[in-house]
Design a protein around this ligand. Structure first.
Ligand code: FES
Length: 612
């Protein structure tokens, strides 16, 4: 097969690839993740790059999605353009997702430090001649004296123990997870005991290295989920797996590779070898968990949406290709239901909904919205496909929360003011900025309750001329709003269609909540506490969430933002047996409501499209 070289800029990454490879896939090979909301179906136009030479001619899809001006300047869709000669490919910041803000902090639970994973330094008295003595049984007896009843061990340890004891003066360290004897080590290795908590999201992966000898956080790392190139949300990933033989194996490989890279980063930051990590605890949405475990997820996506298993599960880490101690284990928290994964179990683990008298609501806002409502009497959950609008997908100037994204906007003294991430020149709008913009324009009367951008003469008299001057009329009769000038010809715009995307996304979330409220016969005023989880949620202003109808109308002071509580939950499970003991039954306790085929969901959805 003929090969050609590609130089990717910026970053100057270069490699040789087989002729015919898509530029998007070549980039991924080098760890460059290009936005690919539609998973390469050729509908989103988010994967734009600039290719100098060496690319196949533009496809029909590119002729439809790119302007003639863009095509003459070498702009291409990286999911369409194939390599035919040596090439230079420039990935612009809005397509390149490096530098992203990934949340790794979240609300912690109140559990005393007492991990399942422990090390025991043991001195076994040497055998006397004539004594009835078995090496391995002596070890088990010593552990029993420390309160540990071993019920499972690898038989290879029985083979190894005799030499280990005699070569090291009968002094060894036993590594135990609950009642599973993981391994035996020579001498006293008790200070070297680490675990890693993972939160596997559709978009991002966060990891925390914990010293399980003292309970301290040793390092934190995060990355984009490399599967992003195969679809922005869970449904497009499942579709990719269904439609491509080998799709599951590919997505599995990608996520394991990324987890291993994060493990390596954590070890470098903390200055420890990977062999000192004996356990990982994983929280994540159901699909991510299935892909890591190599379980075919197709049944999640088709009625009656039956998951294969709930969990929890503990596996040998090496079976999954995870590079920690060769005898280390991987613990997966249990899922709640079809698309309500173990990330929500982890969130509930650090909250106390199951102990509260008052009604509480948890909302995790992502490409899929997950909600749990109830009290100690009854808890119900559901999920609702919000789509990737909050991540900037299908928004004309949308982008993820990276440098240069407009993240805050406010109308001050009659005109729009905004702030960008990193105080950089604006290059697009991320989810929190989008919500701010829409809410501010609705409150100002520039956008009406139905979501329509009004003509200047339809706006209330109080709307300032500076705001009216931002209107741009489109030939099709709709209006758009100019947000920030980029140069003499180009501005970042909020388009009419973008507002519709916001309405669809917020309506999906709040309709799911309304279904749960209906099931539990709860009114907004009955909800004593609203917890908003997730990276996007943490950047939402409580007032905006209420004013745009993303959540029911509750007093703003009842809203709490809990950050990456899924990672905090996985962390809690590593640090405290009590957290794991809470998580496992909790997953069974929470009831599930399937909303997809309920007519009242569709009624709520239509009714919630309007701004309240
Ligand atoms: S158009 Fe290329 S990934 Fe969507």
């Amino acid at each position: 097969m003929t090969e050609h070289k590609i130089l990717f800029l910026p970053g100057k990454k270069t490699a040789t690839f087989d002729e015919g490879i898509l530029f998007r896939e070549a980039a991924l090979d080098l760890g460059i993740i290009i936005e690919s909301t539609c998973a390469g179906l050729g509908t989103c136009a988010k994967c734009k790059v600039n290719i100098k030479e060496g690319a196949s001619p533009p496809t029909k899809v590119e002729e439809q999605l790119l302007t003639p001006h863009e095509l003459t300047k070498g702009v291409r869709l990286s999911c369409q353009a194939r390599l035919i000669g040596d090439s230079v490919c420039v990935v612009p910041p809005e397509s390149l997702t490096f530098g992203e803000q990934i949340m790794t902090e979240g609300r912690q639970g109140r559990f005393a430090f007492d991990p399942d994973l422990k090390k025991f330094f043991i001195k076994i008295p040497p055998a006397e001649l004539g004594e009835k003595y078995f090496d391995f049984d002596m070890l088990l007896a010593q552990l029993q004296q420390r309160g540990v009843e071993i019920s499972r061990y690898r038989f290879s340890l029985v083979r190894e123990i005799a030499n280990l004891l005699r070569q090291h003066d009968y002094q060894i360290t036993a590594v135990v997870d609950q009642n599973y004897l993981i391994t035996l080590e020579a001498g006293d290795t008790t200070p070297a005991l680490f675990g890693v908590a993972f939160d596997l999201g559709t978009t991002t992966i966060a990891a925390k290295l914990l010293n399980l000898a003292n309970g301290q956080v040793a390092a934190v790392a995060s990355a984009l989920n490399p599967q992003k190139s195969y679809g922005a949300d869970v449904i497009s990933r499942v579709n990719y797996i269904v439609e491509h033989p080998g799709g599951l194996a590919l997505l599995h490989r990608l996520i394991i590779k990324q987890m291993n890279e994060l493990l390596a980063q954590l070890c470098v930051h903390a200055g420890i070898p990977a062999q000192h990590i004996y356990k990982i605890a994983v929280a994540g949405n159901t699909l991510m968990q299935y892909i890591v475990l190599n379980i075919d997820p197709r049944h999640l996506a088709y009625s009656p949406y039956t998951p294969v298993f709930q969990g929890p599960a503990t596996l040998d880490a090496k079976e999954l290709g995870l590079q920690i101690h060769p005898d280390g284990v991987a613990y997966f928290l249990p899922n709640l239901a079809c698309f309500v994964g173990s990330d929500i179990t982890a969130v509930l683990t650090v909250l106390d909904l199951d102990e509260q008298e008052d009604i509480q609501l948890v909302v995790d806002i992502g490409t899929n919205g997950e909600m749990v409502l109830g009290s100690k009497d009854r808890l119900l959950c559901c999920s609702s496909p919000a789509g990737p609008a909050w991540e900037g997908a299908y928004i004309t100037w949308g982008m993820r929360a990276a440098r240069g994204a407009i993240e805050r906007a406010e109308i001050i003294e009659g005109d729009l003011q905004f702030r960008t991430i990193g105080s950089a020149d604006p290059i697009g709008i991320c989810g929190s900025g989008l919500l701010d913009l829409v809410c501010e324009f609705v409150r100002a009367g520039v956008i009406d309750k139905t979501g329509r951008i009004l003509n200047a003469d339809e706006m209330p008299p109080l709307v300032n001329d500076k705001l009216k001057a931002r209107l741009v009329h489109h030939d099709n009769g709709s209006n758009h709003i100019a947000i920030a000038k980029l140069d003499a010809e180009k501005s970042i715009m909020l388009m009419q269609k973008d507002i519709r995307e916001v309405q669809l996304a917020k309506s999906a979330i709040v309709s799911g909540i309304k279904i749960l409220m209906q099931e539990l016969r709860v009114q907004p005023e009955d909800i004593a506490q609203v917890y908003i989880a997730g990276a996007f949620g943490n950047h939402v202003r409580g007032q905006d969430a209420v004013d745009c109808g993303l959540i029911p109308r509750v007093p703003v002071e009842r809203i709490k933002f809990i950050g990456n509580a899924a990672l905090a939950g996985a962390e809690a499970v590593l640090l405290a047996q009590a957290a794991r003991r809470k998580a496992e039954p909790l997953a069974k306790l929470v009831g599930y409501v399937e909303i997809s085929e309920r007519s009242d969901f569709h009624e709520f959805f239509v009714e919630s499209m309007h701004f309240p």
